[in-house]
Design a binder for this molecule. Structure first.
Ligand code: URA
Length: 340
């Protein structure tokens, strides 16, 4: 039997804190968030994460460390003198997590299983930390369909390779379906933050999420390929006509699990190539690096606009390392190095 849950009920408590649809958790003595190297018994999660508002996720640890440093500058967050950003989940050896004021920046790895495990634990983290009304973003890369490399795509819906708009899980031998819904207003608000003079397009559309980079995305260059170029073009053209503008490997799960938890969420990706023109990612590294900043910039605009409106943009810099004279600072450093 398959069950399609399309609940319109409110999935959070009236104060905005995240509700867990699992009665077992509050009965547990402690909840170990194994893949984050955190636990409700070992850490004061309210103290550590209670002020979080935005959870930003992306594929690689490096990109999310870069995003943490970038958002730190954008929101004017200053670290106390002598401190540096730390990967909170470094001892999990799985995911990386950085906290910059109200922003968490977390790597989710590649594909639905990886992002799914992370989401279970981050949603529980929000619950234990009593975070209210968090907003989740996935900042990623994708293949475009009919869009040049470097185009920013905001997803308004996620579908699988058969155009089904739900995530299918097999639970205890039964199929469970979770609608892969994203917050359409949030998608529109993000689109409104695209600048007219941005040197690239920002579009909204349907995102196809697959379980594989090669065969499921119709690539001719995997280790195996049982179809022709004509078959590939027919499939991608059919998808494009159905409203699909990009392809990646996480949005279905990201949309389904955040929606199930009643959490507002959005997916913003940059295209690495137009799949109607090829399969291999050929752009040089410096170009790819610049493209990958684009979704980060859009999400940063959203976060700074929100914090500005709430009067929470911290531009004072108390407690941070503040160098008044680089020349004297250098002398002091040299003096200190020579001091035995
Ligand atoms: N990520 C994907 O899943 N597919 C692409 O083509 C590029 C990035």
């Amino acid at each position: 039997m398959s069950l399609l849950l399309d609940e319109e009920e409110i999935d959070e408590y009236s104060d905005g804190s995240v509700r867990l649809r699992n009665p077992n958790i509050e009965l547990m003595d402690q909840d170990i968030l194994y893949h984050l190297a955190l636990g409700s018994g070992s850490h004061d999660l309210v103290e550590m994460f209670g002020d979080v508002k935005f959870v930003c996720m992306g594929g690689t640890p490096k990109r999310m460390e870069q995003f943490a440093n970038y958002i730190m500058k954008e929101i004017g967050h200053k670290l106390p003198a002598g401190t540096t950003l730390l990967d909170i989940s470094q001892y999990s050896y799985r995911y990386s997590m950085y906290k910059v004021g109200p922003v968490l920046s977390i790597s989710h790895g590649m594909g639905i299983p990886s992002v799914g495990i992370l989401l279970h634990e981050v949603i529980k983290l929000m619950y234990h930390a009593k975070v209210r009304d968090p907003v989740f973003f996935r900042i990623g890369t994708c293949g475009g369909i009919g869009y040049e490399g470097g185009t920013v795509v905001i997803s308004h819906e996620a579908v699988d390779g058969m155009l089904k708009n739900y995530l299918e899980l097999s639970v205890l031998g039964k199929v469970t379906r979770r609608p892969a819904k994203l917050d359409r207003q949030l998608a529109r608000d993000l689109k409104a933050l695209a600048h007219r003079d941005d040197p690239y397009d920002t579009v909204i559309g349907k995102t196809m999420c697959t379980n594989d980079f090669y065969e499921e995305q119709g690539r001719l260059d995997g280790a195996f390929c049982d179809f022709t170029e004509a078959d590939k073009m027919e499939y991608l053209t059919k998808m494009h006509k159905a409203g699909v503008v990009n392809i990646e490997m996480e949005s279905l799960c990201f949309a389904a699990l955040t929606h199930h938890a009643g959490i507002q969420s959005a997916v913003v990706c940059v295209t690495l190539l137009d799949r109607l023109k090829g399969d291999q990612v050929l752009a040089p590294k410096e170009v790819l690096d610049e493209w990958q900043m684009r979704p980060q910039q859009l999400v940063a605009r959203y976060i700074t606009t929100y914090l500005l409106r709430k009067g929470r943009l911290s531009l004072d810099g108390h407690g941070s390392m503040c160098v008044k004279s680089p020349r004297r600072f250098k002398l002091v450093q040299q003096e200190s190095e020579n001091y035995d």
